[in-house]
Design a protein around this ligand. Structure first.
Ligand code: IPE
Ligand code: IPE
Ligand code: MG
Length: 251
């Protein structure tokens, strides 16, 4: 199914979020609090992913998108960056077969050209292997930036030529976005206490419900996900309309 990422149509507001997007933050602080090196937090954080993936499958979430490495994270100490890359490789080696057995599709989005060839090949092979799985789509955003995504979409759209007289529309841009295969996120979660977007899905979060928690990512599990979903279920998603209009539609 093609999802038009556009604010001109009113999307549905499913009771269980179809698409959950997460900024997995707080690994470093989790470790520092325990007098451990920051990398220990990343290892623990990578382990936490599995529990949340399982919980999403059980709850009927269709898309889970995880911010693993931002285009700005290259600014970190070289040692930490290289550990994160190695961890990514290990996770692919360890988890892809299991994901495939559980009918989970894996996608990796971002500017992958900056990764080494071995990692790029592993990503391509994991995506190919799981391409037809339908139970849950897990997207890892790696070397991803929301502005990078919009710019690459603009460049890809305009490269086709033939600019329409009235200018391009949202509907024309949307299919060029890195996650055009997914509906826009219903629920955004950021762990670790910061309340910012940090250049995550800028276009796609236009009408997403935002949820922030102080819990550090390594401590985030099924129960934390349920709290986030419960908060989401309390929200009134108006998409520009009034509360009265929504009540009328529901009656
Ligand atoms: C998130 O945890 C993981 C990545 C950004 C790769 P952090 O490493 O940002 O943890 P804090 O924010 O320093 O605690
Ligand atoms: C955002 O976390 C990116 C990821 C979780 C991958 P950061 O820890 O890098 O964000 P800032 O720098 O605090 O905004
Ligand atoms: Mg952080």
């Amino acid at each position: 199914m093609k999802h038009t990422s556009s604010t001109s149509a009113v999307p549905d507001a499913p009771r269980v979020p179809r698409h959950v997007a997460v900024i997995m933050d707080g690994n470093g602080r989790w470790a520092t609090k325990r007098f451990l090196p920051r990398v220990a937090g990343h290892v623990k954080g990578a382990e936490a992913v599995r529990g949340v993936v399982e919980a999403c499958v059980e709850r009927g979430v269709e898309y889970l998108t995880l911010f693993a490495f931002s285009s700005e994270n290259w600014r970190r100490p070289e040692e930490e960056v290289s550990l994160l890359m190695r961890l990514f490789v290990t996770m692919l080696e360890r988890e892809v077969a299991k994901m495939h057995a559980n009918d989970i599709r894996l996608k990796v989005v971002g500017d992958l050209s900056r990764f080494n060839e071995q990692l790029q090949a592993m990503i391509a092979s994991a995506e190919r292997k799981t391409a037809d799985n339908t139970r849950l789509t897990v997207t890892i955003c790696a070397n991803y930036g929301g502005r990078w995504d919009i710019m690459q979409a603009v460049n890809s759209m305009t490269a086709q030529g033939g600019q329409p007289a009235g200018g391009y529309t949202e509907e024309q841009l949307a299919p060029h976005l890195a996650m055009a295969y997914a509906p826009e996120p219903d629920l955004f979660i950021r762990t670790g206490g910061e309340e910012r977007i940090s250049n995550f899905l800028l276009w796609q979060l236009a009408y997403t419900e935002l949820y922030f928690t102080d819990t550090y990512w390594p401590d985030f599990g099924a129960a934390s996900l349920d709290e986030a979903i419960a908060s989401y279920q309390q929200r009134e998603r108006r998409f520009g309309r009034t509360g009265a209009q929504l009540a009328e539609k529901a009656s």
